[in-house]
Design a binder for this molecule. Structure first.
Ligand SMILES: C[S@@+](CC[C@H](N)C(=O)[O-])C[C@H]1O[C@@H](n2cnc3c(N)ncnc32)[C@H](O)[C@@H]1O
Length: 281
């Protein structure tokens, strides 16, 4: 029997290969340590902004090691933490076990969620959904799994803020983006998010806010911390191979970036966009 390969099969294969690459990238280094050291406030902020509590079924999309999912469960919600990268979910599961919390941990692509329509009262993501490359697809899925009248809550790095600018600084050194992908920090642009959610939401709010980061005594320290722990940074350096001139240039550009954002005390403020909305129902 002959096998016919269609364009749809080829697209599905290309997407599976892309997602496998992304999964491997996020498993590099030590993302859970970085999340615990630097950004736990994003999880608790989003849980507070949505007023989560008992009686709510909540989906955390691109949950990583549970930065938002764990405080949501601590607030009493019934939580499913989903992510492309099972290595990160494993760390989250272990942490939840230590805390005596019950959550469901589920490997899932934000662009093809394995959940029923309207299954959740709330769907949220902290600097997670922004990294799924096809924004229309992940927005469609985010809206699909929330019940009519349910809540959506997102925290994403803005394009102009420190992490958005870190991606801009790394871009000339990175492998070209896959066809059809939109840059992650666009999810931190209010108008972009408004157009992604469109008329399927009401009570849309968007607030820019700053996350203070004071862990690093010198710009080089921050750069090296990311070089060791943050998958996207590690992947960019890997892409440079043994081109020592380009590695040195990227080293310099990242230090320059930190200097540009550092306040007098050496601390930084990382800007993010907090979005809340209600699905029309
Ligand atoms: C910066 S981390 C954020 C994790 C977590 N939400 C937090 O606040 O620490 C980005 C996460 O997006 C996940 N991710 C990337 N692409 C994804 C996709 N297509 N579907 C689901 N998760 C994805 C990564 O595995 C990673 O856990």
């Amino acid at each position: 029997m002959s096998t016919v390969t269609t364009d749809a099969d080829a697209d599905a294969d290309a997407d599976a290969a892309l997602k496998a690459k992304h999964r491997a990238m996020w498993a590099l280094g030590n993302y859970p340590e970085l999340a615990a050291d630097l950004i736990p406030a994003l999880g608790t902020t989003l849980v507070g902004a949505l007023g989560l509590g008992a009686g709510q079924r909540v989906l955390d999309i691109a949950a990583g090691s549970g930065n938002a999912a764990i405080p949501a469960a601590q607030a009493g919600a019934d939580v499913v933490a989903s992510d492309l990268t099972p290595e990160l979910l494993d760390v989250g599961r272990a942490r939840a076990d230590e805390l005596g919390l019950q959550l469901e941990w589920r490997q899932a692509d934000a662009e093809a969620l394995p959940f029923a329509e309207g299954e959740f009262d709330v769907a949220l993501s902290t600097v997670g959904i922004m990294f799924a490359p096809h924004h229309e697809a992940s927005a469609r899925e985010l809206l699909r799994v929330v019940r009519p009248g349910g809540h959506i809550g997102l925290i994403n790095w803005t394009p102009e803020g420190f992490i958005g600018q870190m991606f801009a600084a790394m871009k000339p050194y990175a492998a070209p983006p896959p066809p059809g992908a939109t840059p992650p920090p666009r999810w931190g642009d209010e108008e972009h998010v408004r157009s992604l959610l469109g008329d399927q939401v009401t009570e849309f709010t968007a607030t820019r806010a700053l996350l203070p980061v004071s862990k690093f005594a010198a710009p080089e320290e921050l750069r090296d911390y990311f070089k060791e722990r943050y998958g996207p940074t590690i992947a960019v350096y890997k892409n440079l191979g043994d081109d020592t001139d380009r590695v040195a240039a990227l080293d310099r550009d990242l230090v320059e970036l930190v200097r540009r954002f550092a306040t007098e005390s050496g601390a930084l403020d990382w800007e993010y966009l907090l979005v809340t909305a209600r699905k029309v129902g």
